[in-house]
Design a protein around this ligand. Sequence first.
Ligand SMILES: [Zn+2]
Length: 132
Amino acid sequence: MNLNFSVSELIHSDNAIKAGIDNTPTIKEIDNLLNLIFYCLQPIRDKLKKPMIITSGYRNMKVNFLAGGKANSQHLKGQAADFKVQGLKVQQIIDFILESGIEFDQLINEYDKWVHISYKKGKNRKEVFAVI
Ligand SMILES: [Zn+2]
């Protein structure tokens, strides 16, 4: 099990590869991804001690379109990631994050299929909701 997140985990996109799209972020977007890793994803992984699978991280405009993301999605800025945890339901993961006190901007249960978490340095709204 990989113990530390890498930026590449958050840039990888099967959709981008299939469509031949270069999903390389800018320096600003990488900076946002690093904050997301440092303040959200890595603390969750460290406390949860279970494998976390990132299903989507940074998405450029084309990749976001293919994923059906909103035009103002935080994935476009490198501020958001979607993930699953083996053996845990989405709501269990969300409850764990809330109890852990980990900081975030938005924490969303998306279709009971994955967790969407975002981080916006200095501007975290601490919003929690579900999308059905
Ligand atoms: Zn998302």
